[in-house]
Design a protein around this ligand. Structure first.
Ligand code: DON
Length: 579
């Protein structure tokens, strides 16, 4: 090579490098300012499209797809798979979820890609010989896993509404798994905390195990086995996951650890399109998730229960506001425990629960001077006709198509089992069934016959992906993880915007509280209530329980000028992006 050629190459190489460095810096700066703005409660605004997700890399993937001409559905599919790589604690291909879709023209739809109990599951599978619940079995290890729904859901969503090619949407996730990504501080802490669990449930090893040193922020996480699985999904769609190599890996993993998922379970899994729940609140139309999630029905019940009260006059987290909202929550969660379950197996009294008169009537018997003990609140009676970790993201494209999607493998890192050979974590969603009437699950929720385990049945969820409309136009896209607190977090975020006039970021940042009937206590984030408000309520018999954080809401508000205003939750690494 001549000296000149070598110099020219060196020059162009260093120029290219300088360009890459510059782009990296811009990206780093964008995310830094994003982090600052969300902590300061300052909403970001975008004109042509927005994505708010739990991880900066996943948000960046979604924004790229929108810029390339993809619609909100394309961006959703790409973000969903990207989260499976960069947010393994909840983003997944080994779990399931729910989504609400609203097209720019106002077409509404919702999809249930919730996991199902394997065909070999049975009602008492988590009880010992005395009939007592063996609590870890539904929460950890192979037996806790339901049949995953994510890949089937994304394929069905893309087939119906996608614009770009499928392979183009899975490719960014494949690249992230192959080349690796830098883990955040929160992720390093979580991975270090769970080392013993990963070792216990993965005797053959997994990339999440670090032998000598601890994980640190900025470490590169390369997931070669997961990359191969994503390549198969990219090239073969549904068959790349539910059949062939990956299905074999799942079934082998089940055999190793005593799990129940079979090849037939995988082949038979189908996501379900369902009719969204429609409600209204102070002139807004609420479009939200029907069963198998309890979230939508409960959200509309809560909004109906408080609509007659002047919350905006009382103020955000004022004693009367908290009292009315807590009393509504207590009553609605009692209904949830008794009446909600997989609609393919259980006749949910949906119409009855959504009657305005019913919910207003339930509020009539509360006493301003004294907390209603939960023991005095029972689910409504209707004539029966026979018959901690999740993640949410919100996407809007330039035409105004919108998706609100919540997905999970249940608790953080699911059942801790990484399918050997396929490189992804399985869910512990079986714990969302009522393993025994009245026995609380991980989130303290109780359930009865409606949510008992049965073969091929879906377990009840609290996930509440929701879209709001005002005067026929898109108004808000909202949702959150948080187990049983999902419903009350979405409820408060909506009220924060509609009643208290907060912008999207402030509504997300605002401190939250939560009541779920049982246990009879109100959970509160630090500083959610002033000492005076707390004392006033304690004097009436309310008890409070401090929690470090409640929910991680990622939401988009459409301003009067038609601008997309984002709210990314500062409680996590959540990041807004757009263009
Ligand atoms: O479906 C449900 O309601 C639960 N499996 C959600 C779990 C969850 O949100 C955990 N996240 N923090």
């Amino acid at each position: 090579m001549s000296k000149w050629l070598a110099m020219a190459l060196l020059l162009s190489f260093s120029q290219a490098n300088a360009q890459i460095e510059k782009e990296k810096n811009v990206k780093a700066f964008e995310f830094l300012s994003n982090a600052d703005s969300k902590k300061a409660g300052k909403a970001l605004e975008f004109k042509k499209g927005a994505v708010v997700s739990a991880h900066p890399e996943a948000t960046a993937v979604g924004v790229e797809i929108l810029k390339k001409g993809g619609n909100a559905v394309d961006a959703t599919v790409a973000v969903k798979f990207a989260l499976a790589v960069v947010y393994p604690n909840a983003g997944n291909i080994g779990g399931g979820g729910f989504l609400i879709y609203r097209s720019a023209k106002g077409e509404l739809n919702s999809m249930d890609f919730r996991e199902k109990a394997p065909a070999l599951a049975s009602k008492d599978m988590y009880l010992d010989a005395n009939g007592d619940a063996i609590s870890e079995k539904s929460k950890e290890g192979h037996l806790a896993a339901g049949v995953p729904g994510t890949v089937a859901g994304m394929v069905a969503l893309h087939q119906k509404y996608g614009r770009l090619k499928w392979a183009e949407l899975v490719e960014p996730a494949y690249q992230l798994a192959t080349k690796g990504f830098k883990i955040t501080k929160q992720q390093a802490n979580e991975l270090n905390r769970l080392q013993n669990k990963f070792k216990q449930f993965n005797p053959l090893g997994t990339v999440f195990i670090k032998q000598e040193v601890e994980w640190a922020a900025g470490d590169l996480l390369v997931q070669t086995e997961l990359a191969n699985t994503l390549k198969l999904i990219r090239d073969k769609g549904r068959a790349g996951f539910y059949e062939g190599e990956v299905a074999n890996f799942i079934v082998e993993e089940m055999k190793r650890g005593g799990g129940l998922i079979s090849k037939e379970d995988l082949k038979n899994y189908q996501a379900a399109w369902r009719t969204p729940i429609i409600g209204s609140y102070r002139g807004y139309k609420i479009i939200t998730m029907p069963p198998t999630s309890s979230g939508g029905i409960a959200l509309v019940q809560l909004l109906q229960s408080v609509e007659a009260f002047p919350l905006s006059k009382w103020g955000h987290n004022a004693d009367s506001t908290v009292q009315v909202m807590v009393e509504a929550e207590r009553r609605v969660y009692a209904d949830r425990a008794k009446h909600l379950g997989d609609p393919d197996f259980w006749k949910v009294p949906q119409k009855e629960l959504l009657q305005e008169a019913y919910n207003k009537g339930r509020m009539a018997n509360f006493n301003w001077n004294k907390a209603t003990p939960s023991s005095e609140v029972q689910a409504g009676e209707f004539a029966r006709k026979e018959s901690e970790e999740t993640t949410h993201f919100s996407v809007v494209d330039k035409d105004g198509n919108a998706i609100s999607l919540t997905t999970t493998i249940n608790t953080s890192y699911g059942n801790y089992v990484v399918v050997k050979g396929a490189g992804f974590l399985l869910n512990n969603e079986m714990d969302d069934f009522s393993v025994k009437p009245g026995v609380p699950n991980y989130f303290g929720l109780v359930g009865y016959e409606a949510n008992a385990i049965a073969p091929n049945k879906r377990m009840l969820s609290s996930m509440t992906p929701t879209i709001l409309e005002k005067d026929g136009k898109l108004a808000m896209v909202v949702g959150t993880p948080g187990g049983s607190t999902i419903i009350t977090s979405v409820f408060q975020t909506i009220v924060n915007v509609i009643d208290f006039g907060m912008d999207m970021q402030k509504a997300v940042n605002a401190k939250k509280f939560h009541h779920q009937w049982l246990p009879d206590r109100t959970d509160i984030e630090p500083d959610a209530l002033t000492p005076e408000v707390q004392q006033k309520l304690e004097a009436k018999g309310y008890t409070f329980y401090k929690r470090s954080s409640i929910g991680r809401v990622d939401a988009i508000l459409v301003t009067k000028k038609g601008i997309y205003q984002t709210g990314a939750d500062p409680r996590g690494d959540d990041t807004a992006g757009g263009w």
